[in-house]
Design a protein around this ligand. Structure first.
Ligand SMILES: [Zn+2]
Length: 312
């Protein structure tokens, strides 16, 4: 093959591959247990929707804190299992690594924390890494907070999330259509609710529990500050934002995560289809190369032999 042609093809390939992935850094306290725990969390996240379908558009790596400055502690804001670590050190490391997210990991403490400074401790349920990561994409808790500490920390004033909102309903509604008209602008996930799914039960606001398929978004009472303020969530069953015994990611959660990642990356994410094998993707890129070969040299991959066809 002509050297210039080869260089051109390498250039094309590298410019396709080199678009930066969405980077998640798991920043572990500098001991073997914490590092091992971080790798375990990395695998859990990799296997969950939508991350499992991002291929090389997602990078999850573990970094031990060689400066020993994370210094995580439990009991933040008076909540026993709420962990916090050296936020300034986390942010500095995040910038150095050019990471989109940084999550501190400590095997010394039990508990976790979400939001702007995410921490994962020991003794966690399988869904917790994804749950806390989803908080960093702006999602709220779909379980009802149990304590006054939670109320003081999160409910005054109540917050709005793409998957949980406070909303004071009217005393009664004439019809479901009326409720939809009145509240469609209030409900961030309104476009996800199928036309046949009622958001009222009789004259009252709120979908009847258990009536629709579990993946269908609707409008249920519950989540966050629901014990104190009328609060609403999209799913009746227990999603990963309710319980973390399972990694139960719902379509809305995937969509929100993708939307946020795309905004940060400044480009579309091409999800690998679960039903398409990776050979499908390889075929696309081989077809692409075939066209390039034809365009530049008049040769075809087959004409060059299989060896050059498989070259990266
Ligand atoms: Zn949470």
């Amino acid at each position: 093959m002509n050297k210039a042609v080869a260089a051109f093809i390498i250039f094309l390939c590298s410019s396709i591959v080199q678009a930066a992935p969405f980077r998640i850094a798991l920043f572990a306290e500098n001991d073997a247990e914490s590092v091992a725990l971080a790798w375990k969390f990395a695998n859990t996240i990799r296997q969950a929707e939508p991350f499992s379908r991002m291929g090389n558009q997602l990078e999850i790596k573990v970094y031990p804190d060689q400066a020993n400055s994370l210094k995580c502690v439990a009991g933040a804001m008076g909540i026993p299992h709420l962990l916090s670590c050296n936020t300034a050190h986390m942010n500095q490391t995040k910038a150095q690594l050019k990471a989109n997210r940084i999550i501190a990991v400590t095997a010394r403490l039990k508990g976790a924390a979400g939001g702007s400074s995410t921490v994962l401790g020991n003794d966690l349920r399988p869904g917790t890494p994804v749950h806390e990561l989803f908080h960093t994409f702006g999602m709220g808790d779909e379980y009802d907070y149990p304590s006054r500490q939670h109320y003081l920390a999160y409910c005054n004033p109540p917050r709005f999330y793409p998957n949980v909102i406070p909303l004071l309903p009217s005393r009664s509604y004439v019809s479901d259509a009326e409720a939809r008209t009145r509240h469609k602008k209030d409900i961030p996930w309104f476009s996800e609710i199928k036309p046949a799914t009622l958001i009222t039960t009789g004259t009252q606001l709120g979908t009847t529990g258990g009536l629709y398929p579990k993946e269908d978004a609707a409008f249920y009472r519950g989540g966050e500050c629901s014990k104190w303020i009328p609060t609403w969530k999209p799913y009746y069953l227990e999603t990963v934002m309710v319980r973390t015994e399972q990694v139960n990611v719902m379509p809305l959660h995937s969509k929100i995560a993708i939307r946020v990642m795309e905004a940060e990356m400044g480009r579309k994410i091409q999800l690998l289809n679960a039903t398409t094998s990776s050979s499908g993707d390889r075929r696309v890129s081989e077809n692409f190369l075939r066209r390039i070969f034809k365009a530049v040299s008049g040769a075809t991959l087959d004409g060059q032999g299989k060896k050059s066809g498989k070259a990266k």
